[in-house]
Design a binder for this molecule. Structure first.
Ligand code: ATP
Ligand code: MG
Length: 468
C-alpha cells in the first residue's frame, strides 16, 4: 500500500507533462525515403484503408530503417480503424493477440501487422505490482499512439500516398544523430515494460546508435524487473537479439551496460562460462555472418551451441564416476534439457534438434567402417557437421577430425571407401572407434574470431573412450 503511494507520488513528480499533439510534417524532399524500398503490400494496406476513409501509415522500425536507407525486414501499419474494421477490408486478415490485439493482413508470404492507434495511460490500465502493463487495448489518437511507442526513432509515421513523415518526438533528428532516446520518463517506461531495456541494447547494437544518457541511466538499476516478464516473451526477445545479425555486438553492449549478470539465465549461460565463451562467441559471430548474408538461422542449432558446454560438463562428470560414454551423454543431455530449457523457456520444438546435434558428435569420431556412411544419410548431417566444425575451430575437438569430415563429404565413392578402411598394422594410431579427440596441446590452433581474452582457460573437451 505504502509502496504504491510512494510510487504514485514519484510518478506524479517525474511525469513529463509535455505531449506534442501536432507532429512535424516532413516532405519527401527532406526525408529522402526511397519508395523502391517500401513493401508493395504495406502500400496496399495503407491505400485500402485510406480509400475506406481511415488514416493509415507505415510505422515503427520500418520508417526508421527507410530513413537510414536500409531495406526493412518487415512492415507495420498503424491506423485509426479498429481491428474489426481493418479485418473487414481485406480478403485474408486475422485478428491476433490478447494483451495487444492487432490484425495480420496477409499477402502471399508477407504479413503486414496492422494495429489501431493506442490511447495513453489514463491511470486505469491493468498493471502488475511493479507497474508492468498487462493489457493495452484502449484505442486513442495518433499523438497518443506516438507517445506510447518505445523510442523516438520508432515513433515515426510514413504516409506512402502523400509521401510524408509525421514526427511527434524529433525522431528524424535522432535518426540523423544516430541516437536512441526513449519517449517520456525512462524509469516509468522501463517499469511499464522491462523488455524495453533489452530492446534498447538490441537497437543500439544493431543500428550502431548511441544510447542517450538519460535513457541509459536506469537500465543497470532496473535490470531485475525483467524477471517479472513472462518467460516466453523474454525468450522471443532474446531470440530476436541473437538472430539480429549483430549478436556479438549486442553481447558486448550488454557487457558495457553492466547487464550481463543476472539479467537473463540465457545470457548468464553465454557470458559466465569461461570455458565455453570462445565457442559461444565463435558460434554467434558465425550466426551474425549467416544473418547478414540472408541465410536461414535454425534456433535449435543456436541453442545447441549455447548449451553445449553445459552438456560437456555434465557428460564429463558422469564419465568421471565410471559411467559408459554414450549412455552418459544421453543422461547429460536429459539433465541439461530438463534443467536449462525450463529456466530459459526454450520452446520444446527446438529441443529435439538440439538433442540430435549433440548425439551426433561422438559418432563423428567413428571414421572406420560403416558409421560414416550411415551419417551421410542422417537428416541433420549438415547441422551436426557445422557444429563439429565449430568445436574444432574453438579448440575443443581436434582440427584434424573436422578436416577428415570435410574431405569425406567432398569425396567420391572410391575415396570414401578408402578413407574408412582400417589402417594397416603399425600405421597411424586410429582405434576401432576412430581417432580420439586429442587433448589440447601446444600445436592446436586457437579459434580466430573469438572475443575471449588470451588468458582463457583450457577448453573443456568431450570425454573419450579412455574412461568408459
Ligand atoms: P525490428 O527492426 O526489430 O522489427 P521494430 O522497431 O520494428 O524493430 P518491432 O518489435 O517490430 O520493432 O515493433 C514495431 C514497433 O512497435 C516499434 O518500432 C515500436 O514503435 C513499437 N513497439 C514494439 N515493442 C514496443 C514496446 N515494448 N514498447 C513500446 N513500443 C513498442
Ligand atoms: Mg518490426
Amino acid at each position: 500500500m505504502i509502496k504504491r503511494l510512494v510510487r504514485s507520488v514519484q510518478t506524479l513528480l517525474t511525469r513529463k507533462p509535455r505531449i506534442r499533439r501536432t507532429p512535424r510534417c516532413i516532405p519527401a524532399s527532406e526525408h529522402g525515403i526511397d519508395r523502391a524500398l517500401v513493401s508493395r503490400s504495406a502500400i496496399r494496406t495503407c491505400e485500402t484503408l485510406q480509400a475506406a476513409g481511415f488514416r493509415a501509415y507505415i510505422v515503427g522500425g520500418a520508417v526508421r530503417d527507410l530513413l537510414l536507407g536500409v531495406a526493412p525486414k518487415d512492415f507495420d501499419v498503424a491506423t485509426d480503424a479498429t481491428p474489426e474494421q481493418v479485418k473487414s477490408h481485406f480478403r485474408r486478415a486475422i485478428i491476433i493477440g490478447r494483451r495487444f490485439r492487432l490484425v495480420h493482413v496477409l499477402f502471399g508470404s508477407e504479413t503486414i501487422e496492422t494495429s489501431t492507434f493506442r490511447a495513453l495511460d489514463n491511470g486505469n490500465r491493468d498493471t502488475d505490482e511493479h507497474g508492468r502493463v498487462l493489457a493495452d487495448n484502449v484505442f486513442g489518437e495518433q499523438h497518443e499512439d506516438a507517445a506510447r511507442r518505445d523510442f523516438t526513432v520508432n515513433a515515426l509515421y510514413y504516409d506512402p500516398t502523400r509521401q510524408e513523415v509525421l514526427d511527434y518526438h524529433d525522431g528524424v533528428r535522432d535518426v540523423r544523430r544516430r541516437r536512441l532516446r526513449i519517449i517520456g520518463n525512462p524509469e516509468m517506461r522501463y517499469r511499464e515494460d522491462p523488455v524495453r531495456m533489452l530492446r534498447a541494447v538490441r537497437f543500439a547494437a544493431k543500428l550502431g546508435f548511441e544510447i542517450d544518457a538519460e535513457t541509459r541511466e536506469p537500465i543497470g538499476r532496473l535490470a531485475d524487473l525483467i524477471g517479472n516478464v513472462p518467460a516466453a516473451r523474454v525468450f522471443d526477445e532474446m531470440l530476436k537479439l541473437l538472430t539480429s545479425g549483430h549478436a556479438v555486438a549486442c553481447i558486448e553492449r550488454l557487457r558495457a551496460e553492466g547487464l550481463h549478470h543476472g539479467l537473463l539465465p540465457l545470457l548468464d549461460v553465454i557470458l559466465e562460462q569461461p570455458q565455453g565463451e570462445r565457442f559461444v562467441m565463435l558460434a554467434l559471430s558465425r550466426t551474425d555472418e549467416r544473418v547478414r548474408a540472408g541465410k536461414h538461422i535454425a534456433p535449435g542449432f543456436l541453442f545447441a551451441t549455447l548449451l553445449w558446454h553445459e552438456v560437456l560438463a555434465q557428460w564429463n562428470a558422469r564419465t568421471a564416476t565410471g559411467a559408459h560414454r554414450i549412455p552418459a551423454l544421453h543422461e547429460a543431455i536429459d539433465h541439461v534439457l530438463d534443467v536449462q530449457t525450463e529456466k530459459l523457456a526454450i520452446h520444446r520444438r527446438f529441443t529435439s534438434d538440439m538433442r540430435e546435434i549433440w548425439v551426433m558428435q561422438p559418432r563423428f569420431e567413428r571414421r572406420i567402417g560403416q558409421m560414416p556412411f550411415r551419417m551421410l544419410e542422417h537428416v541433420r548431417l549438415r547441422a551436426g557437421y557445422d557444429f563439429l566444425q565449430l568445436r574444432c575451430d574453438s579448440g575443443e575437438a581436434p582440427i584434424e577430425l573436422g578436416q577428415w569430415w570435410s574431405a569425406f563429404l567432398h569425396s567420391g565413392p572410391d575415396d570414401r571407401a578408402q578413407m574408412t578402411q582400417p589402417p594397416a598394422r603399425g600405421e597411424g594410431n586410429a582405434t576401432p572407434s576412430g581417432s580420439k579427440p586429442r587433448r589440447r596441446g601446444g600445436r592446436r590452433r586457437r579459434a580466430g574470431a573469438d572475443a575471449a581474452a588470451g588468458s582463457a582457460p583450457e577448453p573443456r573437451v568431450a570425454p573419450t573412450d579412455d574412461g568408459a
